[in-house]
Design a protein around this ligand. Structure first.
Ligand code: FRU
Length: 515
């Protein structure tokens, strides 16, 4: 982030009154009650109480980054949210609470929890203009209130640009493992600890040619894999966020796939893969403590440091920054290359509303008016079937339009050229005239599956659009700002061979804030 901040007032730890009715307010993705939000922090699942905790980088007192707290919300299903008072506040006006993670210390390795097996420890960066050190705080009430450890910092490397600790439990070595960004050095540090207080550096990871000016917010995630692909049953994925200098401009997140042995991460791929083919998915974090049989689940920040401090939800509605939908993931091998797939957690079922359209067609148009959907949020999926194995022709486009202003967000799969694109340039409340970096169109290459199919699905939610291609093998996340709500969508197929069919489904989404 860029901090160009004045000394800022502190707020008492109360829940801020919130109005989630503004026309730019996402109804399915999380956004803060007021003020400015960036990275997801400290995400964990409390299995005892069946509740997800979500913390986030939060400036409760201004509409731009700075005065960083950990905001806090909980959810039974990752779609319906309850806001709580900030969980961690700065001690003074020069030291902010930067990104980090949280774990459940069920064995009381830290000694903070003599009488309980559900103590929570937050591990975060204390940031000042000259130093970044790693601190811990503990919670005996399940993650609502924290006490800062009296002997902080737990890691002081006498440096700035050293931040964003993400801690996991490594069962094989019976140790806590931290991945952390040596931001300007473009390295990921790995530390281990028996008790969350005493940390030993074990290695630094870097890989020739990784892009970016700073590394931020690393995550190390173990995925189950099909042992037919590599002879192994798990692989480790290291996610690294970079800012600025991501391949699409500004901030972006990529991953590398390999093995972690308790002290070192060894990449097994030559090149990193970007998580997203658009600009607004940054600093994703993965939940700690999910049930054994759960897939990994992450949430990202649906914005970009290139323009986040200027987007119009601030002046219009008093908030900036929203999350992506929660995404569940798998790691699969596609023609020899590892790919993390991501699709909305539980297929959005907790908020999936009425079916607005279900149709099979060939060439032609299908339009759906969703002006009566109270949330103004819609989910759609498309399966194009019976495509020939070569010389595929035609395209399927979609266009979300505002009946009041004529603004639009559009996109298409161009089957003949093997490309998929999305474009926000038809929405006018914030454009490249406001900020050069708010570019309109994002493209990616696609291929038709061996079975002659191409599928994609998406969520449009007032000012956030997320699209998932081929069961989530690729995704594109784009914030957009119309002057009037988009309330109609047209899907149009042209040039498809006569045997080709398009299965389309469109559903309204229910607001996570009102039901
Ligand atoms: C990433 C980041 C982190 C930092 C936080 C500050 O977006 O810059 O590196 O901890 O934001 O808000």
């Amino acid at each position: 982030m860029r901090l160009g901040l004045l000394a800022l007032p502190f707020l008492a730890a109360t829940v801020q009154a919130a109005d989630y009715s503004g026309p730019l307010r996402p109804q399915v993705q999380f956004s803060p009650p007021k003020g400015f939000m960036n990275d997801p922090n400290g995400m964990f699942y409390d299995a005892k109480r069946s509740i997800y905790h979500y913390y986030y980088q939060y400036n409760p007192s201004e509409l731009v980054a700075g005065n960083q707290h950990w905001g806090h919300a909980t959810s039974p299903d990752l779609y319906h949210w309850t806001n709580h008072p900030p969980a961690l506040e700065p001690d003074n006006e020069d030291t902010f609470i930067f990104s980090g993670s949280a774990i459940i210390d069920s064995e009381n390795t830290s000694g903070f929890f003599p009488d309980q097996d559900d103590g929570v420890v937050a591990i975060y960066t204390a940031h000042s203009s000259t130093k970044e050190t790693q601190h811990i705080a503990y919670s005996t009430d399940g993650g609502y209130t924290f006490t800062k450890y009296a002997n902080n910092p737990v890691i002081d490397s006498h440096t700035d640009n050293f931040r964003d600790p993400k801690v996991i439990w490594h069962a094989e070595s019976q140790k806590w493992v931290m991945v952390i960004a040596w931001a300007h050095a473009l390295k990921i540090g790995i530390f281990t600890s028996p008790n969350l207080k005493d940390w030993t550096p074990t290695s630094n990871y870097t890989q020739e040619g990784l892009p970016g000016v700073q590394f931020e917010c690393p995550n190390l995630v173990t995925f189950p894999v099909d042992d037919a692909d590599s002879g192994e049953t798990t692989k480790d994925v290291l996610a690294i966020s970079v800012n600025p200098g991501a391949p699409l401009g500004g901030s972006g997140t990529f991953y590398v796939v390999g093995q972690f042995n308790g002290t070192h991460f060894n990449s097994e791929v030559k090149e990193e893969t970007l998580f997203d083919f658009a600009r607004d998915n940054y600093a994703a974090q993965w939940f700690y403590g999910l049930p054994e049989d759960s897939k990994p689940v992450s949430i990202g920040w649906a914005s970009n440091w290139d323009y986040t401090n200027e987007v119009p939800s601030g002046d219009r509605e008093g908030w900036r920054g929203s999350a992506t939908v929660p995404r569940e993931q798998t790691l699969i091998n596609v023609d020899g290359a590892w790919r993390v797939t991501q699709t909305p957690f539980q297929g959005l079922s907790p908020v999936k509303g009425d079916k607005l359209e279900k149709k099979t067609f060939n060439n032609g148009d299908v339009s759906v008016d969703f002006s009566s959907v109270e949330s103004n949020a819609v989910y759609f999926d498309v399966t194009i079937k019976n495509l020939p194995s070569s010389d595929v022709t035609g395209e399927l486009s979609f266009n979300f339009t505002s009946s009041a202003s004529g603004e639009y967000l559009d996109g298409a799969v161009e089957l003949n050229s093997g490309s998929f694109w999305i474009n926000r340039a038809g929405t006018h409340l914030f454009t490249t005239a406001d900020n050069d970096n708010f570019t309109g169109q994002f493209d990616t290459s696609i291929s038709v599956s061996e079975s002659g199919q191409f599928t994609f699905s998406g969520v449009i939610d007032r000012s956030v659009f997320e699209v998932f291609l081929e069961e989530g093998k690729q995704s594109g996340t784009m914030s957009f700002f119309p002057t009037k709500p988009l309330d109609k969508v047209t899907f149009a197929a042209t040039g498809l061979g006569e045997d080709v069919t398009v299965d389309l489904g469109v559903w309204g989404l229910k607001s996570g804030w009102s039901s």
